[in-house]
Design a protein around this ligand. Structure first.
Ligand SMILES: *Cc1c(COP(=O)(O)O)cnc(C)c1O
Length: 376
């Protein structure tokens, strides 16, 4: 058999996703400095918001993060293998039938009900393992409601000998600084702590996600839980983004098509070239998380020029109108930037009728991923 050298993955791939780990680390450090003396955790659920927990978590640990939050138990088990020393919280709680995993792998559930609390008390009896206890102050999603709180306040034995590391709650409208809901939730959280005094009320507390951090010191308590801002999403919507951009997505131009008669582009011919038009076909599509709702609304950068996505996003391809770009700057094999410092996940989310979070967590698995490390 003739031997051959396996090709460069960048040459094979339709698109390249660059993840700037030093920028991620710098973002965590910026938030940690902003919130000290509170501790800054790192939320790395959903594969670190699509960026890759195997690379993101060690970078955050090296930056100084010691407490990590994931949503699911499987994510926590994976994280434990990556970071043997980290404190790992499972936001979705204590999964029935899988309790032994928390003990064996030293994972902390976020207890979301009195029933969770009772079960954790039973199974962690001898080991005195810490857990967080969530109070619902307005999300109406997970956590103790007002009635549970009253039960807990009056039946002190329920939480006896259960070490609660944090009383926590989650803000529903932190991304809207004009919303009254954050202040209402803060007041409800403070009242809940008061009501659970002295024992549980004295536990450390945690309320703020990324945007919550920027609502001010009153929201920081003992631990903040940023996720999105670490990955470059603007925690101050409507104001300049204080975070560094972490992702850059570059799609390869496969072909340039010159159209000179009126003619449709893409499925359903939802866009039609009216005069002489140059179309660049780029090798990524909705199967890669380039959302189909970006059909006729997305943007790309080609040779420094802003160009529109025209026609429908297909499974594996998109089409750009590059008529306005000088010919020398568009050729097959060149790259169109689809996400980056000048085309943020927030902006792409807006064009897609969603939020930057969904753009990041949709990032596909066919991209050639390049993790930029700190310069030695
Ligand atoms: C996802 C999540 C966070 C992080 O929120 P961001 O807005 O991404 O910073 C914090 N706390 C809880 C409970 C969460 O579910």
């Amino acid at each position: 058999m003739p031997s051959y050298t396996v090709s460069d993955p960048a040459a094979r791939a339709g698109a390249i996703l660059e993840i700037d780990l030093p920028a991620l680390a710098a973002n965590w450090q910026r938030l940690a400095a902003e919130t000290a003396p509170a501790e800054a955790a790192a939320v790395v659920k959903a594969d670190a918001y699509g960026l890759g927990i195997a690379q993101a978590a060690p970078a955050l640990w090296a930056a100084g993060a010691r407490a990590f939050f994931v949503a699911q138990l499987d994510e926590a088990l994976a994280l434990r293998s990556i970071l043997p020393q980290a404190t790992v919280y499972v936001l979705n709680g204590l999964m029935a039938g899988a309790e032994a995993d928390y003990l064996a792998r030293d994972l902390c559930p976020v207890l979301n009900s009195l029933e969770d609390l009772t079960r954790w008390k039973q199974i962690s009896r001898e080991r005195k393992r810490a857990a967080a206890l969530q109070i619902d102050t307005g999300m109406s999603r997970l956590g103790l409601d007002a009635r549970d709180l009253e039960t807990l306040a009056t039946e002190g034995s329920r939480a006896e000998r259960v070490p609660i590391s944090y009383l926590m709650s989650h803000l529903a409208s932190a991304d809207d600084p004009t919303s009254q809901q954050s202040a209402d939730q803060l007041a409800e959280f403070l009242a809940a702590r008061q009501r659970l005094s002295p024992r549980l009320g004295a536990a450390r507390a945690s309320l703020a996600n990324s945007a919550g951090i920027f609502l001010g010191r009153d929201y920081h308590f003992d631990l903040v839980r940023p996720g999105s801002a670490l990955y470059g999403i603007n925690p101050k919507p409507g104001q300049p983004n204080p975070m560094r951009q972490v992702v850059r997505l570059k799609g390869k131009i496969l072909q340039i098509r010159e159209i000179d008669a009126p003619r449709g582009v893409g499925y359903g011919a939802t866009w039609r070239a009216q005069g002489p038009t140059r179309i660049a076909t780029v090798a990524l599509g909705y199967a890669d998380g380039y959302l189909r709702s970006l059909s006729n609304s997305g943007q790309a950068l080609v040779g420094g020029h802003n160009v529109p996505v025209v026609g429908r996003v297909s499974m594996d391809l998109i089409t750009l109108d590059v008529t306005a770009v000088p010919e020398a700057a568009v050729r097959s094999g060149a790259y169109a930037e689809l996400l980056g410092p000048d085309l943020t996940a927030d902006a792409v989310g807006q064009a897609a009728g969603t939020i930057g979070y969904e753009i990041l967590t949709s990032l596909g698995h066919r991209y050639h991923r390049v993790y930029l490390e700190a310069a030695a």
